[in-house]
Design a protein around this ligand. Structure first.
Ligand code: AMP
Length: 539
């Protein structure tokens, strides 16, 4: 027997229309690529989205067409999120930090027919116009006054000129909720990038889930700043959820540096900010130099790479902002776990709470997790046994776009490529990427633990541990360290510091100081480049 409930598809257009009907006066603020701060509302954004939808249909865009963006977090990019998916086309957000040959590869692989780009990325747009691709239209995300001159781009138009003569009403199509809505390629640190194709259904369900208070708590109470780029897994789904709950949205544009973010957080009274650890390093340093406390901040969501304990302490103790450590991946839309404490931690010491907060957290409803050994057999969730982390759920990729590759799938589960433990309360802790574990004498040493321990030293800004070949043990850890600006430390002093904190066989066999660590397109330390740099290193 069927229930007697209305059958409405889960559609991204309905999130926008909801924002327009019930949160129309809530602000959307952008630091524009042209410079000034632009202040508008969800109501105006929705009107412009409908105009854009009319324009796109007028330009011949059909359901299923892929339209690409090379863009920062801005109002115009937000409008494309809703207009492109709303009409049934697929928004392909391209990471501008990918090497140019990979850009061309993914534009061809995706079959993109239009490119919307911020003028910052004009050189990339020109590169794409100079190689064979299916791109037919180039649209600069700016107004007539700021259009690039003599760009040579075919059919180049200004975004703002698409909108004025269009009606601000649009009849959104009643799409099948399983239709594709957006496309994001994995960063391709190993092999070629792979396309993850999200659906309206997965996106809307993910929006509900991340808004829960035990998840990212996206809410009308908040002024939300997604620093995580809109070209990286849909800015963790924040734009969709913000529309749904009516959160004020603050979009940082190209200003991802510490000083620009600090200014935006203070001026807009941001209460909840989301981003990767490398971005927060810059913000914390800027706040320290300026001697400022970010008193409006209630929560800082940190994910994408493991969050060092020193960062949790800095936000919580110096700025009074709770850190929420979260984990996920492109294939997971991205959210898998969020690290909220439980009532049982109420009387825990600060140190005990910190040791929980360093974990990646508990799964949110909609995501299932398990650990398996090398042969694929399930291992216990006892908080100490580590295994390959697998997932399945409502917003997890069932495969890759135009690919038969099933190597990451087993019995309906997806191999995340992470090595983790899960304890009795469901807290998952990543010890490593499976490619990055250091295998010494058949035992695993967690590179993340080594790095975090080193970063507890006040003179260490960043650390990365990699395995280097060792005759007897197979591999031993080498610790590569970036010193804090204006601080000194010797290898011997750091060794002594680590010896007091690490078990003996985890101690790095060598320490090297470098000026900077290689950072990949999504803000993660590129361990592969480090391994190449130190290939043949003599211990
Ligand atoms: P991406 O698909 O580029 O978002 O990368 C996903 C990968 O980033 C995951 O499989 C993890 O290896 C890593 N990752 C994401 N969040 C965290 C976290 N909080 N701690 C450690 N690693 C993380």
């Amino acid at each position: 027997m069927n229930g007697l409930m209305m059958d409405q598809p889960l559609l991204i257009s309905s999130q926008l229309e909801f924002a327009s009907r019930f949160h129309s006066h809530v602000e959307v603020v952008t630091r524009t690529v042209e410079g000034p701060i632009v202040r508008t509302t969800w109501g105006t954004v929705a009107q412009r989205v409908r105009r854009l939808a009319n324009a796109l249909v007028g330009m011949g865009v059909k359901p299923g067409d892929r339209l690409a963006t090379l863009a920062w977090n801005t109002q115009r990019h937000l409008e494309l999120y809703f207009a492109v998916s709303g009409i049934g086309a697929v928004l392909h957000t391209i990471n501008p930090r990918l090497p140019p040959d990979q850009l061309a590869f993914i534009v061809n692989h995706a079959g993109d027919s239009m490119l919307f780009f911020d003028t910052t990325f004009l050189p990339l747009a020109k590169h794409l116009a100079s190689v064979p691709t299916p791109l037919q239209h180039f649209i600069a995300l700016t107004d007539d006054a700021h259009m690039p001159e003599n760009s040579g781009l075919p059919n180049l138009r200004a975004y703002e000129l698409l909108l004025p003569h269009q009606p601000d009403t649009f009849e959104w199509p009643k799409l099948d909720e399983n239709s594709a809505s957006s496309l994001c390629y994995t960063s391709g640190t190993v092999g070629l990038p792979k396309g993850v194709l999200y659906s309206h259904r997965s996106t809307v369900l993910h929006s509900f889930a991340i808004s829960m208070v035990d998840a990212l708590a996206i809410s009308a109470q908040d002024v939300t700043l997604p620093v995580v780029p809109m070209f990286h897994v849909n800015a963790w789904g924040v734009p969709y959820a913000a529309a749904m709950v009516g959160s004020k949205l603050v979009l940082p544009g190209a200003g991802m540096d510490g000083n620009s973010l600090l200014e935006l957080i203070e001026n807009e009274k941001v209460t909840s900010a989301l981003g990767v650890p490398t971005v927060w390093l810059g913000l914390l340093a800027a706040a320290k130099t300026a001697g400022r406390k970010m008193s409006s901040l209630r929560q800082v969501v940190i994910g994408g790479s493991a969050c060092p304990p020193s960062m949790i302490t800095a936000f919580q103790e110096e700025h009074g902002a709770k850190v929420l450590h979260a984990w996920g991946m492109t294939e997971m839309s991205p959210l898998g776990t969020a690290c909220r404490l439980l009532p049982k931690h109420a009387n825990a010491t600060a140190e005990e709470k910190l040791s929980v907060q360093m974990k990646q957290g508990r799964p949110i409803f909609g995501v299932d997790l398990r650990l398996v050994d090398d042969s694929g057999s399930v291992v216990p969730h006892d908080g100490t046994t580590s295994g390959h982390l697998q997932t399945r759920g409502l917003w997890i990729a069932s495969g890759y776009f135009k690919s038969d590759d099933r190597t990451q799938h087993q019995d309906g589960w997806f191999y995340t490529g992470d090595i983790a433990t899960i304890d009795g309360d469901g807290y998952m802790q990543i010890t490593d990427r499976s490619k990055d574990v250091i295998k010494s004498g058949g035992e695993w040493i967690s590179s993340i633990d080594l790095e975090h321990t080193a970063m507890l030293h006040p003179a260490v800004a960043q650390a990365a541990a990699i395995g280097v070949a060792h005759e007897r043990w197979g591999e031993r850890p080498l610790l590569v360290v970036v010193k804090q600006k204006d601080q000194e430390i010797t290898k011997e002093a750091l060794k002594e510091f680590l010896e007091a904190k690490l078990v003996k066989w985890w101690m790095p066999d060598a320490i090297e100081f470098v000026d900077a660590l290689p950072i990949g397109p999504t803000g993660k330390i590129l361990k592969r480049s480090l391994r190449e740099k130190f290939a043949g290193y003599k211990l």
